[in-house]
Design a protein around this ligand. Structure first.
Ligand code: GLN
Length: 348
């Protein structure tokens, strides 16, 4: 079995890694009762909060699939990553960022306050206002059918379908997103048909995926947009760089900063309970856990990622090069020694 991921400056085997992830799952389950499933979309309220699954697909080594990793759920806001990738490929960064910003908003995912009062464009493409603006641009370029085809290809999962029940449930209760869409039209950010843009956005949110299909997509993002086995390029390097940067800074809404400190893996959440996590140059990760925290992020999923990020050194800011990691520790010790010497001198 090939070595896979780094732990404490050592390479762990596949079996050792599985054990670490199983232990992290057991401890993450403990926080499930502290969260709740989303019920503002009535159909999502029917999800079983106890479900938890993770799939880790390393760039080298075998896939690890545990728990409910083949359960279908709607990707909800994770679709914003797919739409952003496709929009960057089709429209280019310049056109896209003329209508949507690239700043964290510090507001809830479905907020329209900042957009109305302080800004002429949505803060970023990973909150509702930004993604609805992207949908307004995409509908002029591509059909929903083609979006579904691209999504299946990026996830290597031909079974991804539109979940009509969830889609219809959300369309009946989406007054807030409708308000955002019309506000965007009033600011000339949406120049296409508003209702079409809203339907397109909601359909993308209602695609049924699994933790495993998300891990396959994340693996390609972690590998610069290239399939690690086929060597096929799915997305340009530039698109992938922009998307991962925005996932790190804005992917967890107003929880993004704390999450970046605690976990340090570019991640996008969805209120269906999914997490798409890209441990750059190491592994793609998909998680499913429908019990959510107050910000709308999977409560057990975030805890699970925090634990494995720590134990498997998956944070973006840990070096993948063991020697480099050892050198960094050495110079930090040097810095502490220097401070002790300075303190000793000033106490003389
Ligand atoms: N479809 C959901 C909405 O627009 C997606 C939100 C989310 O996953 N955070 O409200």
């Amino acid at each position: 079995m090939p070595n896979t991921l780094h732990v404490d400056y050592e390479l762990k085997t596949h079996d050792e890694t599985v054990k670490i992830v199983e232990e992290a799952m057991a401890s993450a389950r403990q926080v499930i009762p502290q969260g709740a499933v989303a019920d503002y979309i009535p159909e999502l309220g029917k999800a079983d909060p106890e479900k938890l699954g993770i799939c880790i697909y390393p760039l080298q080594g075998d896939m690890i699939s545990l728990g409910d990793c083949n359960e279908r759920f709607t990707m909800q806001s994770i679709s914003k990553v797919f739409s952003l990738c496709i929009a960057l490929e089709l429209l280019g960064a310049e056109k896209l960022f003329s209508k949507v910003g690239a700043e964290p908003s510090g507001e809830a995912f479905n907020s329209l306050v900042e957009l109305d009062l302080n800004s002429n464009k949505p803060y970023n493409p990973l909150i509702n206002s930004g993604a609805i603006a992207v949908a307004g641009m995409l509908i002029e370029e591509v059909s929903f059918h083609d979006m579904l085809r691209f999504t299946r290809e990026l996830c290597d999962d031909a079974d991804i379908q539109l979940n009509k029940t969830v889609y219809e449930s959300e369309m009946k209760t989406c007054s807030r997103n409708r308000a955002i869409a019309y506000l965007l039209e009033s600011k000339n950010i949406i120049e296409s048909d508003v209702e079409d843009a809203l339907r397109f956005y909601t359909k993308m949110c209602s695609l049924d995926v699994t933790a495993e299909s998300l891990a396959r997509f994340a693996n390609r993002l972690a590998n610069d947009g290239v399939g690690n086995i086929s060597g096929k390029r799915y997305l340009s390097s530039e698109t992938v760089r922009i998307v991962k940067t925005l996932m790190l800074t804005c992917g967890m809404y107003d929880g993004s900063g704390t999450y970046a400190v605690e976990v340090g893996i570019p991640t996008k959440s969805g209120v269906g309970g999914g997490l798409l996590a890209v441990s750059d140059k190491r592994a793609g990760i998909g998680v499913f856990g429908p019990s959510l925290d107050e910000k709308g992020n999977s409560i057990a999923g975030c805890r699970l990622l925090r634990e494995i990020a720590d134990k498997l050194r998956l944070s973006l800011f840990y070096d993948t090069d063991l020697l480099a990691a050892a050198k960094i520790e050495y110079s930090l010790n040097g810095f502490q020694r220097h401070r002790q010497e300075e303190t000793a001198k000033s106490n003389d």
